[in-house]
Design a protein around this ligand. Structure first.
Ligand SMILES: Nc1ncnc2c1ncn2[C@@H]1O[C@H](COP(=O)(O)OP(=O)(O)OP(=O)(O)O)[C@@H](O)[C@H]1O
Ligand SMILES: [Mg+2]
Length: 379
Protein backbone atom coordinates (compact mmCIF):
# COMPACT_ATOMS: atom_id res chain seq x y z
CA UNK A 1 0.00 0.00 0.00
CA UNK A 2 1.21 3.49 -0.72
CA UNK A 3 2.29 5.55 2.27
CA UNK A 4 1.98 8.70 0.20
CA UNK A 5 -1.09 10.04 1.93
CA UNK A 6 0.32 9.87 5.44
CA UNK A 7 1.44 13.01 7.20
CA UNK A 8 4.91 14.39 6.67
CA UNK A 9 5.52 12.30 3.58
CA UNK A 10 7.79 14.16 1.17
CA UNK A 11 8.81 13.68 -2.46
CA UNK A 12 12.12 15.22 -3.55
CA UNK A 13 12.78 16.16 -7.18
CA UNK A 14 16.32 16.58 -8.45
CA UNK A 15 15.97 19.38 -10.98
CA UNK A 16 13.63 22.37 -10.92
CA UNK A 17 12.89 23.02 -14.60
CA UNK A 18 9.59 22.87 -16.48
CA UNK A 19 9.21 19.10 -16.03
CA UNK A 20 9.51 19.52 -12.27
CA UNK A 21 7.08 22.42 -12.45
CA UNK A 22 4.39 20.30 -14.12
CA UNK A 23 5.10 17.44 -11.70
CA UNK A 24 4.43 19.86 -8.82
CA UNK A 25 1.05 20.71 -10.39
CA UNK A 26 0.07 17.04 -10.15
CA UNK A 27 1.53 16.79 -6.67
CA UNK A 28 -0.83 19.55 -5.51
CA UNK A 29 -3.87 17.48 -6.53
CA UNK A 30 -2.56 14.55 -4.47
CA UNK A 31 -1.61 16.91 -1.62
CA UNK A 32 1.94 15.51 -1.70
CA UNK A 33 4.54 17.90 -0.30
CA UNK A 34 7.36 18.34 -2.79
CA UNK A 35 10.88 19.63 -2.27
CA UNK A 36 13.10 20.60 -5.21
CA UNK A 37 16.85 20.94 -5.72
CA UNK A 38 18.26 23.01 -8.59
CA UNK A 39 21.50 24.92 -9.22
CA UNK A 40 19.60 27.97 -10.53
CA UNK A 41 18.06 30.13 -7.78
CA UNK A 42 15.47 31.33 -10.33
CA UNK A 43 14.61 27.88 -11.75
CA UNK A 44 10.97 27.40 -12.95
CA UNK A 45 10.15 25.53 -9.69
CA UNK A 46 11.89 27.95 -7.33
CA UNK A 47 8.79 29.76 -6.08
CA UNK A 48 6.31 26.88 -6.29
CA UNK A 49 7.53 24.36 -3.75
CA UNK A 50 10.03 24.05 -0.95
CA UNK A 51 13.19 24.87 -2.85
CA UNK A 52 16.87 24.25 -2.25
CA UNK A 53 19.60 25.81 -4.28
CA UNK A 54 22.53 23.51 -5.05
CA UNK A 55 24.43 21.39 -7.53
CA UNK A 56 22.75 18.17 -8.69
CA UNK A 57 26.11 16.58 -9.45
CA UNK A 58 27.63 17.22 -6.03
CA UNK A 59 27.66 14.22 -3.67
CA UNK A 60 27.23 16.11 -0.38
CA UNK A 61 24.50 18.38 -1.77
CA UNK A 62 22.44 15.45 -3.08
CA UNK A 63 22.98 13.48 0.17
CA UNK A 64 21.84 16.38 2.33
CA UNK A 65 18.84 16.94 0.07
CA UNK A 66 17.89 13.27 -0.12
CA UNK A 67 17.99 12.79 3.64
CA UNK A 68 14.99 15.12 3.94
CA UNK A 69 12.86 13.07 1.51
CA UNK A 70 10.91 9.80 1.61
CA UNK A 71 10.99 9.31 -2.16
CA UNK A 72 13.54 10.87 -4.47
CA UNK A 73 12.93 11.28 -8.18
CA UNK A 74 14.48 13.23 -11.07
CA UNK A 75 13.48 15.51 -13.89
CA UNK A 76 16.98 15.51 -15.42
CA UNK A 77 19.48 12.63 -15.67
CA UNK A 78 22.66 14.55 -14.94
CA UNK A 79 22.71 13.95 -11.17
CA UNK A 80 25.13 12.42 -8.66
CA UNK A 81 24.59 8.66 -8.88
CA UNK A 82 26.89 7.72 -5.96
CA UNK A 83 24.77 9.79 -3.59
CA UNK A 84 21.56 8.23 -4.92
CA UNK A 85 22.99 4.73 -4.47
CA UNK A 86 23.95 5.55 -0.86
CA UNK A 87 20.50 6.99 -0.17
CA UNK A 88 18.86 3.88 -1.65
CA UNK A 89 21.05 1.69 0.59
CA UNK A 90 19.96 3.75 3.59
CA UNK A 91 16.38 2.82 2.77
CA UNK A 92 15.19 5.83 0.79
CA UNK A 93 13.08 5.04 -2.24
CA UNK A 94 14.88 6.34 -5.31
CA UNK A 95 12.75 6.08 -8.46
CA UNK A 96 13.86 5.68 -11.18
CA UNK A 97 16.52 3.53 -9.51
CA UNK A 98 20.09 4.94 -9.50
CA UNK A 99 21.33 2.03 -11.67
CA UNK A 100 18.76 2.92 -14.34
CA UNK A 101 19.70 6.61 -14.30
CA UNK A 102 23.36 5.62 -14.51
CA UNK A 103 22.75 3.40 -17.54
CA UNK A 104 20.78 6.12 -19.30
CA UNK A 105 23.21 8.95 -18.47
CA UNK A 106 25.55 7.54 -21.08
CA UNK A 107 24.31 6.92 -24.64
CA UNK A 108 27.08 4.31 -24.90
CA UNK A 109 25.72 2.12 -22.10
CA UNK A 110 22.20 2.67 -23.47
CA UNK A 111 23.31 1.31 -26.84
CA UNK A 112 25.01 -1.69 -25.21
CA UNK A 113 21.84 -2.39 -23.25
CA UNK A 114 19.75 -2.47 -26.46
CA UNK A 115 22.30 -4.69 -28.13
CA UNK A 116 22.53 -7.13 -25.19
CA UNK A 117 18.77 -7.39 -24.85
CA UNK A 118 17.82 -7.77 -28.50
CA UNK A 119 16.13 -4.36 -28.67
CA UNK A 120 16.26 -3.02 -32.24
CA UNK A 121 18.46 0.06 -32.61
CA UNK A 122 20.61 1.66 -35.33
CA UNK A 123 23.96 -0.09 -35.88
CA UNK A 124 26.75 1.65 -34.00
CA UNK A 125 30.41 1.78 -33.15
CA UNK A 126 31.68 3.02 -29.77
CA UNK A 127 34.33 5.70 -30.24
CA UNK A 128 36.77 6.98 -27.60
CA UNK A 129 37.99 10.06 -29.46
CA UNK A 130 38.26 11.83 -32.80
CA UNK A 131 40.94 9.43 -34.00
CA UNK A 132 38.50 6.52 -33.59
CA UNK A 133 35.96 8.34 -35.74
CA UNK A 134 38.63 9.02 -38.39
CA UNK A 135 39.45 5.32 -38.42
CA UNK A 136 35.83 4.51 -39.24
CA UNK A 137 35.05 6.69 -42.24
CA UNK A 138 33.71 3.60 -44.01
CA UNK A 139 30.82 3.75 -41.56
CA UNK A 140 29.65 7.20 -42.80
CA UNK A 141 27.10 8.71 -43.31
CA UNK A 142 26.59 8.47 -39.59
CA UNK A 143 25.46 10.39 -36.54
CA UNK A 144 28.19 11.19 -34.06
CA UNK A 145 26.90 11.51 -30.49
CA UNK A 146 28.58 12.36 -27.23
CA UNK A 147 28.14 9.61 -24.65
CA UNK A 148 27.34 11.97 -21.80
CA UNK A 149 25.61 15.26 -21.15
CA UNK A 150 24.17 15.88 -24.61
CA UNK A 151 20.56 17.08 -24.63
CA UNK A 152 18.17 19.00 -26.89
CA UNK A 153 20.37 18.18 -29.85
CA UNK A 154 23.59 19.43 -28.26
CA UNK A 155 26.14 16.65 -28.54
CA UNK A 156 24.57 15.22 -31.72
CA UNK A 157 25.89 15.86 -35.22
CA UNK A 158 25.61 14.28 -38.64
CA UNK A 159 28.85 13.32 -40.34
CA UNK A 160 27.95 12.86 -44.00
CA UNK A 161 31.36 12.32 -45.54
CA UNK A 162 35.07 12.10 -44.75
CA UNK A 163 35.26 15.90 -44.97
CA UNK A 164 33.06 16.25 -41.88
CA UNK A 165 35.29 14.09 -39.72
CA UNK A 166 37.32 17.08 -38.54
CA UNK A 167 34.22 18.13 -36.56
CA UNK A 168 34.00 14.74 -34.81
CA UNK A 169 33.73 14.74 -31.01
CA UNK A 170 37.04 14.12 -29.28
CA UNK A 171 35.44 12.51 -26.21
CA UNK A 172 33.85 9.09 -25.62
CA UNK A 173 30.83 8.77 -27.87
CA UNK A 174 29.17 6.73 -30.56
CA UNK A 175 29.03 6.65 -34.29
CA UNK A 176 25.58 5.53 -35.33
CA UNK A 177 24.25 4.72 -38.80
CA UNK A 178 22.26 7.62 -40.24
CA UNK A 179 18.68 6.36 -40.46
CA UNK A 180 16.53 7.55 -43.33
CA UNK A 181 13.41 7.39 -41.20
CA UNK A 182 9.79 7.87 -42.15
CA UNK A 183 8.77 9.23 -38.76
CA UNK A 184 10.00 9.76 -35.24
CA UNK A 185 7.62 8.55 -32.58
CA UNK A 186 7.63 8.39 -28.82
CA UNK A 187 5.96 5.96 -26.48
CA UNK A 188 5.67 6.88 -22.82
CA UNK A 189 5.26 3.97 -20.47
CA UNK A 190 5.05 3.66 -16.69
CA UNK A 191 5.69 0.90 -14.19
CA UNK A 192 5.00 0.87 -10.45
CA UNK A 193 6.73 -1.18 -7.73
CA UNK A 194 4.21 -3.98 -8.04
CA UNK A 195 5.14 -4.36 -11.70
CA UNK A 196 1.94 -2.93 -13.16
CA UNK A 197 2.70 -1.38 -16.57
CA UNK A 198 0.69 1.10 -18.65
CA UNK A 199 1.50 2.70 -21.99
CA UNK A 200 0.39 6.02 -23.47
CA UNK A 201 -0.65 5.97 -27.14
CA UNK A 202 2.34 6.68 -29.44
CA UNK A 203 2.89 10.27 -30.56
CA UNK A 204 4.61 11.61 -33.64
CA UNK A 205 7.43 14.12 -33.13
CA UNK A 206 8.58 16.72 -35.61
CA UNK A 207 12.06 18.01 -34.95
CA UNK A 208 13.61 21.34 -35.76
CA UNK A 209 15.81 20.52 -38.75
CA UNK A 210 18.85 22.41 -37.47
CA UNK A 211 18.53 22.40 -33.70
CA UNK A 212 17.53 18.71 -33.35
CA UNK A 213 14.92 19.49 -30.70
CA UNK A 214 11.20 18.73 -30.70
CA UNK A 215 9.39 21.57 -32.42
CA UNK A 216 5.89 20.15 -32.34
CA UNK A 217 4.11 16.83 -32.04
CA UNK A 218 0.85 15.14 -32.87
CA UNK A 219 -1.08 12.57 -30.91
CA UNK A 220 -1.98 9.97 -31.89
CA UNK A 221 0.90 9.20 -34.28
CA UNK A 222 -0.29 8.55 -37.80
CA UNK A 223 0.96 4.94 -37.94
CA UNK A 224 -0.69 1.58 -38.55
CA UNK A 225 -2.07 -0.44 -35.65
CA UNK A 226 0.62 -3.00 -36.38
CA UNK A 227 3.45 -0.48 -35.99
CA UNK A 228 1.81 1.01 -32.89
CA UNK A 229 1.59 -2.43 -31.31
CA UNK A 230 5.22 -3.16 -32.17
CA UNK A 231 6.30 0.15 -30.62
CA UNK A 232 4.32 -0.53 -27.45
CA UNK A 233 5.80 -4.02 -27.16
CA UNK A 234 9.34 -2.63 -27.45
CA UNK A 235 8.67 -0.02 -24.74
CA UNK A 236 7.20 -2.75 -22.54
CA UNK A 237 10.25 -4.95 -23.03
CA UNK A 238 12.62 -2.08 -22.15
CA UNK A 239 10.89 -1.03 -18.92
CA UNK A 240 10.55 -4.66 -17.81
CA UNK A 241 14.20 -5.50 -18.58
CA UNK A 242 15.30 -2.38 -16.71
CA UNK A 243 13.03 -3.42 -13.85
CA UNK A 244 12.46 0.27 -13.40
CA UNK A 245 9.85 2.14 -11.39
CA UNK A 246 8.57 5.42 -12.79
CA UNK A 247 7.92 6.90 -16.18
CA UNK A 248 10.01 6.04 -19.23
CA UNK A 249 9.92 7.84 -22.58
CA UNK A 250 11.08 5.73 -25.51
CA UNK A 251 12.06 7.70 -28.64
CA UNK A 252 11.96 5.58 -31.78
CA UNK A 253 12.42 5.81 -35.52
CA UNK A 254 9.90 4.21 -37.88
CA UNK A 255 11.90 3.32 -40.97
CA UNK A 256 10.57 3.54 -44.51
CA UNK A 257 10.47 -0.28 -44.54
CA UNK A 258 8.14 -0.24 -41.52
CA UNK A 259 10.53 -1.43 -38.85
CA UNK A 260 11.18 0.26 -35.55
CA UNK A 261 14.53 1.28 -34.10
CA UNK A 262 14.96 2.67 -30.60
CA UNK A 263 16.79 6.00 -30.63
CA UNK A 264 17.08 6.82 -26.95
CA UNK A 265 15.20 6.57 -23.69
CA UNK A 266 14.57 8.99 -20.82
CA UNK A 267 13.45 7.74 -17.36
CA UNK A 268 11.22 10.70 -16.46
CA UNK A 269 8.43 12.90 -17.77
CA UNK A 270 9.29 13.96 -21.30
CA UNK A 271 8.71 16.75 -23.80
CA UNK A 272 6.77 14.30 -25.97
CA UNK A 273 4.19 13.85 -23.20
CA UNK A 274 3.24 17.46 -22.40
CA UNK A 275 -0.05 17.14 -24.33
CA UNK A 276 -1.23 14.39 -21.95
CA UNK A 277 -2.11 17.10 -19.39
CA UNK A 278 -5.16 18.05 -21.46
CA UNK A 279 -5.49 15.31 -24.08
CA UNK A 280 -5.39 12.12 -21.98
CA UNK A 281 -7.40 10.99 -18.98
CA UNK A 282 -4.21 10.73 -16.92
CA UNK A 283 -1.28 13.04 -17.60
CA UNK A 284 2.29 11.77 -17.77
CA UNK A 285 3.03 13.79 -14.62
CA UNK A 286 0.25 12.19 -12.61
CA UNK A 287 1.32 8.81 -13.99
CA UNK A 288 4.90 9.35 -12.86
CA UNK A 289 3.67 10.20 -9.35
CA UNK A 290 1.35 7.19 -9.31
CA UNK A 291 4.24 4.94 -10.39
CA UNK A 292 6.78 6.16 -7.84
CA UNK A 293 4.19 6.28 -5.04
CA UNK A 294 3.18 2.70 -5.86
CA UNK A 295 -0.41 3.64 -6.61
CA UNK A 296 -2.50 1.91 -9.28
CA UNK A 297 -1.57 3.43 -12.66
CA UNK A 298 -4.08 5.75 -14.36
CA UNK A 299 -6.08 5.37 -17.55
CA UNK A 300 -3.94 6.61 -20.46
CA UNK A 301 -6.74 6.93 -23.04
CA UNK A 302 -6.34 9.82 -25.47
CA UNK A 303 -9.61 11.78 -25.40
CA UNK A 304 -9.14 13.64 -28.68
CA UNK A 305 -6.46 14.34 -31.25
CA UNK A 306 -3.92 16.79 -29.98
CA UNK A 307 -0.87 18.79 -30.96
CA UNK A 308 1.85 20.33 -28.82
CA UNK A 309 4.04 23.18 -30.01
CA UNK A 310 7.16 24.11 -28.05
CA UNK A 311 7.53 27.85 -27.52
CA UNK A 312 11.21 28.40 -28.25
CA UNK A 313 13.28 31.55 -27.91
CA UNK A 314 13.47 33.24 -31.31
CA UNK A 315 16.98 33.14 -32.80
CA UNK A 316 18.68 36.53 -32.65
CA UNK A 317 17.09 37.61 -29.37
CA UNK A 318 18.51 37.35 -25.90
CA UNK A 319 17.29 39.08 -22.73
CA UNK A 320 14.03 39.75 -20.86
CA UNK A 321 11.37 37.73 -22.67
CA UNK A 322 8.58 39.45 -24.62
CA UNK A 323 5.83 37.27 -26.07
CA UNK A 324 4.26 38.13 -29.43
CA UNK A 325 1.01 36.74 -30.87
CA UNK A 326 -0.40 35.56 -27.56
CA UNK A 327 -3.89 37.05 -28.03
CA UNK A 328 -4.34 35.46 -31.46
CA UNK A 329 -3.22 32.08 -30.13
CA UNK A 330 -5.50 32.21 -27.11
CA UNK A 331 -8.54 32.62 -29.39
CA UNK A 332 -8.03 29.22 -31.02
CA UNK A 333 -10.44 26.38 -30.23
CA UNK A 334 -9.07 23.82 -27.78
CA UNK A 335 -5.95 25.82 -26.96
CA UNK A 336 -4.02 25.61 -23.67
CA UNK A 337 -1.01 27.73 -22.79
CA UNK A 338 1.84 26.68 -20.51
CA UNK A 339 4.60 29.14 -19.70
CA UNK A 340 7.52 27.92 -17.66
CA UNK A 341 8.32 31.05 -15.65
CA UNK A 342 11.64 31.76 -17.33
CA UNK A 343 12.28 35.51 -17.32
CA UNK A 344 15.08 35.45 -19.84
CA UNK A 345 14.97 34.16 -23.38
CA UNK A 346 17.80 33.04 -25.62
CA UNK A 347 17.79 31.33 -29.03
CA UNK A 348 15.87 28.04 -28.88
CA UNK A 349 15.42 28.12 -25.10
CA UNK A 350 12.26 26.20 -24.15
CA UNK A 351 10.07 28.97 -22.71
CA UNK A 352 6.73 27.19 -22.70
CA UNK A 353 4.38 25.16 -24.86
CA UNK A 354 0.93 25.32 -26.40
CA UNK A 355 -1.37 22.31 -26.52
CA UNK A 356 -4.26 22.13 -28.97
CA UNK A 357 -6.98 19.54 -28.46
CA UNK A 358 -9.37 19.21 -31.38
CA UNK A 359 -11.49 16.39 -32.77
CA UNK A 360 -11.22 18.01 -36.22
CA UNK A 361 -7.75 16.89 -37.41
CA UNK A 362 -7.65 19.22 -40.43
CA UNK A 363 -8.34 22.24 -38.24
CA UNK A 364 -5.89 20.94 -35.62
CA UNK A 365 -3.07 20.82 -38.19
CA UNK A 366 -3.93 24.25 -39.58
CA UNK A 367 -3.99 25.78 -36.10
CA UNK A 368 -0.71 24.10 -35.17
CA UNK A 369 0.87 25.77 -38.19
CA UNK A 370 -0.72 29.08 -37.17
CA UNK A 371 0.76 28.86 -33.65
CA UNK A 372 4.19 28.06 -35.07
CA UNK A 373 4.03 31.09 -37.37
CA UNK A 374 2.61 33.67 -35.02
CA UNK A 375 3.88 32.96 -31.53
CA UNK A 376 7.34 34.40 -30.96
CA UNK A 377 9.55 35.03 -27.97
CA UNK A 378 11.75 38.06 -28.46
CA UNK A 379 13.67 40.32 -26.13
N1 LIG B 1 20.87 7.53 -36.18
C1 LIG B 1 20.18 8.59 -36.52
N2 LIG B 1 19.75 8.76 -37.79
C2 LIG B 1 19.04 9.86 -38.16
N3 LIG B 1 18.73 10.87 -37.33
C3 LIG B 1 19.12 10.79 -36.05
C4 LIG B 1 19.87 9.65 -35.57
N4 LIG B 1 20.11 9.84 -34.26
C5 LIG B 1 19.54 11.02 -33.94
N5 LIG B 1 18.95 11.61 -34.99
C6 LIG B 1 18.21 12.90 -35.00
O1 LIG B 1 18.73 13.76 -33.99
C7 LIG B 1 17.75 13.97 -32.96
C8 LIG B 1 18.42 14.11 -31.61
O2 LIG B 1 19.12 12.91 -31.30
P1 LIG B 1 19.07 12.30 -29.82
O3 LIG B 1 17.66 12.06 -29.46
O4 LIG B 1 19.99 11.16 -29.73
O5 LIG B 1 19.72 13.52 -29.04
P2 LIG B 1 19.37 14.34 -27.74
O6 LIG B 1 20.12 15.60 -27.81
O7 LIG B 1 19.57 13.49 -26.57
O8 LIG B 1 17.85 14.59 -27.93
P3 LIG B 1 16.73 15.32 -27.12
O9 LIG B 1 16.31 16.42 -28.06
O10 LIG B 1 15.71 14.22 -27.04
O11 LIG B 1 17.25 15.80 -25.82
C9 LIG B 1 16.81 12.81 -33.11
O12 LIG B 1 15.57 13.06 -32.55
C10 LIG B 1 16.78 12.63 -34.63
O13 LIG B 1 15.96 13.61 -35.24
MG1 LIG C 1 16.27 12.61 -28.18
Amino acid sequence: MSLAFNNNFKVGILGGGQLGRMLIQSGIDFNIPIIVLDPDAHAPCSSLAEFQHGKLTDYDTVMKFGEQCDIITIEIENVNITALKTLAKQGKKVFPQPEVIELIQDKRTQKRFYFDNGIPTADFILTENKKDVENNIDFLPAVNKLGKEGYDGRGVQILSSALDVRRAFDSPGILEKLIDFEKEISVIIARNEQGEVKTFPAVEMVFHPVQNLVEYLFAPANISTEIAEKAHAIAHKIITKLNMVGLLAVEMFVTKAGSILVNEIAPRPHNSGHHTIEANITSQYEQHLRAILNLPLGDTTLLAASAMVNILGEPGYEGLAKFEGMDEVMKLPGVHLHLYGKRFTKPFRKMGHVTLVDKDITRLKANTEFVRQILKVKA
